[in-house]
Design a protein around this ligand. Structure first.
Ligand code: C2E
Ligand code: CA
Ligand code: CA
Length: 653
C-alpha cells in the first residue's frame, strides 16, 4: 500500500520512455550514471563474494556454499557486462543498457539478501549472521545512493537485499529480530525519500545542462542564419566554406557562384521591402532546390547569394549557372503580381581561380563585376585579365579628379535630327576623356567610377557649363541635351549648378534639355521632384533617356514634365529587333503624339532603321547614320553647312 503508492509515484516522476527529445537525452544521461565507475561495482562484487564464501566456509553449510557460488557467478557476469557495455553516445540503446543493468542488479541483490536471510534461518554462528546482515544491508543502502539516478533500480535493490532478511527476522520472531525487522521496515521509506531527493537534484541539473547546451546550439545556428530567407548568412558562409574546403579531397574541383539579382533595388523601392523580402525567399527556395545535395547556398547580403558545390568540369559549372539563371528568371508571383527577375553571375573555380576561401570569393566577385558591366543577366567565369581590369579601374579612379584640371576631358556633340526634314534640332553632349597614356576612354568606363566616387558632381557641373557655352554659339532654334546622373540631382545645390552654367554661358533655359533615366525617378525623393519642378518652371526641358530598358513606367511620364522620350537603341539595332519592337516603338510614338512629346529613336545606323522608326511615328533620330559625336568646332561646322544649304534653297526658290 504505502510501498505500491511509492512505486507509482516513482514511475510518474520518472517514466521509462522519455516524453520528448529533451527527456530522452536526460534519461540517457541518467542511465549513464549507472555505468560510470564500474570499478565501484567490482569492489562491491568482490566484497559480496568474499563475505558469502567466508560465511559458507565458517558455517560449513552446503546451502550457503551453493548461495556463494550463485552470487559469484552473477557478480562476475555483472561486472563483466558493465565493463563491456559502453554508455557512450553511439553505444547500445538506452533501454538495452537499463535492462541489462536491472537484471544484474536485481538478481545480485536478491542473491545477497537471500544468503543473509539464510544465515538467520539455518542459525549459523552469530559472527556469520552479523557478517552477512551487515554486508547485505550496507550494500543495499550504499547501492541506493550510488544508483539514485535510476530510483526504480536503487530502491528495487534495497528492497531485494533487505526484504529476505526482514522476512527471516519475522520468521524467527524473537524480540531482537522483531526489532531488526522493524528497523529494516523503517529503513525503506527513509532511503526512498533520500533517494528521490537525490534523484530530483541529479535530474534537474542534467536537464539544466541539456537545456543550456540546446540554447547555445540554437544561438549558434541563429547567428549563422539569415532571418529573411533562412539560408546561411555571411558569417555562416565563411565558416561552412572553410569547412567544406578542408574536407574536399585533393585534386577535386569545386565552383563558387556569386549571384546578384539585377535591379532588385527597384523592386524594393517600388513595391516595398515586404515584397522584396518575399521575392528573396522565393529565389532562396529555388536556389536550394536546383543546387546539388550538399552544396552551400548562402545569402551574402542584400540581393546577393553564394552557391558553392563540387563540380567535375567547368562545363558542369556552366550547366549549373544556366539552371540558376533559368530558375531565377521563372516569373515569381506575389499577391497575384507577376514579377520577372534576372541575375548576374560570377563564377570562380577551385583550384585554378583560388585555393582558399578568400581568394575564391575575390575571384568570383571580380567575375560578377564583369558580368554586370557586360550588361545584366550575364554569367562570367573569372580570368586573370579581370584583376588587371580592376587595377585599371583603380587607376581611373585616382586620375579622374586630376583629369579635369589637366584639360584631358572634352565634350563631344552628337546631332539629333528631325526625321521629317533632316535638319539638326539638337545636340547631345557626350563626354570624352583623352588620356595621355591610355588613349581615348569611353564614358561607360569612367562615368560609373565617377558616380561611385562622387566626382560626378564636379564633373557634371563642368560638363553642363561647357555644353551650355558651346550651345550659346549656335542658332536660336538648336538645343543642347546634357546627361545627368542620379547623384548629381541629389547633390546639394544641384539646381544652382545648372542655373550658374546657363547664366555664365548666357543660354536661355528653354534651350537646355536634361536627359535623365528612370533610375533617377525610382526613389521618388523630394530632392528629385524639387529639382525637376524648379528647373522646369525656369523653362529647362527634360527628356526621359534609355526608355524601354528599365521599368518603362507610364506613371513617370505622367508625373513629370518630359518633353522628349528617347527610345533606347536596343529597340532599334539590338538583337531580336523585329515586328514586336516595331509595335512597341509605334505605341510609344503614338503616346508621344497624344501627350505632345517628341519621340527620339537612338542608335540609328542604317537608312532602313531610319525609315522604320519614322514609319513607326518617331519624330527625331540620333545615331551614326547621321553623325557620330564630334568636337564643338565640327558641330558648329555642321550647323553652318545646314545654314548655307538653307540659304541656297532660298536663293533658288
Ligand atoms: P546615352 O545617353 O544613351 O548616350 C548615347 C550613347 O550611344 C553614346 O555613347 C553614343 O556615342 C552612342 N551612340 C550614338 N549613336 C549610336 C549608334 O548609331 N550606334 C551605337 N552603337 N551607339 C551610338 P557614349 O558617348 O559612349 O556614352 C555612353 C553613355 O555614357 C551615355 O549613354 C550616357 O549614359 C553616359 N554619358 C555620356 N556622356 C555623359 C555625361 O556627360 N554625363 C553623364 N552623366 N553621362 C554621360
Ligand atoms: Ca543620353
Ligand atoms: Ca540613351
Amino acid at each position: 500500500m504505502a510501498t505500491s503508492a511509492l512505486w507509482r509515484k516513482i514511475s510518474t516522476v520518472f517514466p521509462r520512455t522519455g516524453a520528448d527529445a529533451l527527456n530522452e537525452r536526460v534519461r540517457r544521461n541518467l542511465v549513464r550514471t549507472l555505468y560510470t565507475q564500474p570499478s565501484s561495482l567490482a569492489i562491491g562484487a568482490f566484497n559480496g563474494i568474499a563475505a558469502s564464501t567466508i560465511a559458507a566456509y565458517v558455517s560449513g553449510s552446503e546451502l550457503l556454499a551453493l548461495g556463494a557460488i550463485i552470487l559469484s557467478v552473477i557478480a562476475v557476469i555483472r561486472v563483466g557486462a558493465a565493463y563491456a557495455l559502453s554508455a557512450e553516445e553511439d553505444g547500445p540503446s538506452t533501454n538495452l543498457l537499463e535492462l541489462t543493468y536491472e537484471i544484474g542488479a536485481f538478481t545480485y541483490a536478491l542473491a545477497l539478501g537471500s544468503i543473509a536471510a539464510l544465515t538467520l534461518v539455518i542459525q549459523s554462528p552469530a559472527a556469520v549472521e552479523v557478517l552477512m546482515i551487515a554486508n547485505a544491508t550496507c550494500y543495499g543502502v550504499g547501492i541506493c545512493a550510488r544508483n539514485a539516478g535510476r530510483p526504480t533500480i536503487a530502491l528495487g535493490q534495497l528492497f531485494l537485499t533487505c526484504g529476505p532478511i526482514f522476512l527471516a527476522a519475522l520468521y524467527i520472531g524473537s524480540l531482537p529480530f522483531i526489532a531488526l525487522a522493524a528497523t529494516l521496515f523503517l529503513l525503506f521509506p527513509a532511503m526512498a525519500s533520500i533517494t528521490m531527493n537525490l534523484f530530483r537534484e541529479l535530474r534537474n541539473s542534467i536537464r539544466e545542462a541539456e537545456r543550456n547546451a540546446e540554447l547555445a546550439e540554437t544561438m549558434r545556428l541563429l547567428a549563422r542564419t539569415d532571418v529573411v530567407t533562412g539560408l546561411t548568412n555571411r558569417a555562416g558562409l565563411n565558416h561552412e566554406l572553410v569547412e567544406q574546403l578542408m574536407a574536399l579531397p585533393e585534386g577535386r574541383r569545386a565552383a563558387l557562384f556569386w549571384v546578384d539579382l539585377d535591379r532588385f533595388k527597384e523592386v524594393n523601392d517600388l513595391l516595398g521591402h515586404a515584397v522584396g523580402d518575399r521575392l528573396l525567399r522565393q529565389i532562396a527556395r529555388r536556389l536550394g532546390e536546383i543546387t546539388p545535395e550538399n552544396a552551400i547556398v548562402a545569402r551574402f547580403g542584400g540581393d546577393e547569394f553564394i552557391v558553392f558545390c563540387e563540380v567535375e568540369t567547368r562545363q558542369e559549372a556552366e550547366r549549373i549557372a544556366s539552371e540558376v539563371h533559368a530558375e531565377i528568371m521563372r516569373p515569381v508571383r506575389i499577391d497575384g503580381d507577376r514579377m520577372e527577375v534576372r541575375a548576374s553571375l560570377g563564377i570562380a573555380v577551385l583550384p585554378e581561380d583560388g585555393d582558399d576561401a578568400d581568394k575564391l570569393m575575390q575571384s568570383a566577385d571580380l567575375a560578377l563585376y564583369h558580368a554586370k558591366s557586360n550588361g545584366r543577366g550575364q554569367t562570367c567565369f573569372f580570368n586573370e585579365s579581370m584583376s588587371r581590369d580592376l587595377i585599371r579601374r583603380r587607376e581611373i579612379e585616382a586620375e579622374l579628379r586630376a583629369a579635369i584640371q589637366k584639360d584631358e576631358l572634352s565634350i563631344f556633340f552628337q546631332p539629333i535630327v528631325d526625321l521629317a526634314t533632316g535638319k539638326i534640332r539638337s545636340f547631345e553632349a557626350l563626354v570624352r576623356w583623352f588620356h595621355p597614356e591610355k588613349g581615348e576612354l569611353r564614358p561607360d568606363e569612367f562615368i560609373p567610377v565617377a558616380e561611385e566616387t562622387g566626382v560626378i558632381v564636379t564633373l557634371g557641373n563642368w560638363i553642363t557649363a561647357q555644353a551650355a557655352k558651346a550651345a550659346a554659339q549656335w542658332p536660336e532654334n538648336v538645343t543642347i541635351a546634357v546627361n545627368l546622373s542620379p547623384l548629381q540631382i541629389h547633390a546639394p545645390g544641384a539646381v544652382l549648378g545648372i542655373r550658374n552654367a546657363l547664366r555664365e554661358a548666357g543660354l536661355p533655359p528653354h534651350r537646355l534639355v536634361l536627359e535623365i533615366t528612370e533610375t533617377v525617378l525610382l526613389d521618388e525623393s523630394e530632392a528629385t521632384t524639387f529639382f525637376i519642378e524648379t528647373l522646369a518652371a525656369d523653362g529647362v526641358k527634360f527628356a526621359l533617356d534609355d526608355f524601354g530598358t528599365g521599368y518603362s513606367s507610364i506613371g513617370y511620364i505622367n508625373k513629370f514634365p518630359f518633353s522628349k522620350i528617347k527610345v533606347d537603341r536596343s529597340f532599334v539595332s539590338g538583337p531580336g529587333v523585329g515586328r514586336k519592337t516595331q509595335a512597341i516603338i509605334h505605341a510609344v510614338a503614338e503616346m508621344g503624339a497624344q501627350l505632345d512629346m517628341e519621340i527620339v529613336a537612338e542608335g540609328l545606323e542604317t537608312i532602313e532603321q531610319v525609315q522604320a522608326v519614322r514609319d513607326a511615328g518617331c519624330t527625331l533620330g540620333q545615331g551614326y547614320y547621321f553623325s557620330r559625336a564630334v568636337p564643338d568646332y565640327l558641330a558648329a561646322m555642321l550647323l553652318a553647312q545646314e545654314r548655307d544649304a538653307d540659304d541656297e534653297d532660298r536663293m533658288t526658290a
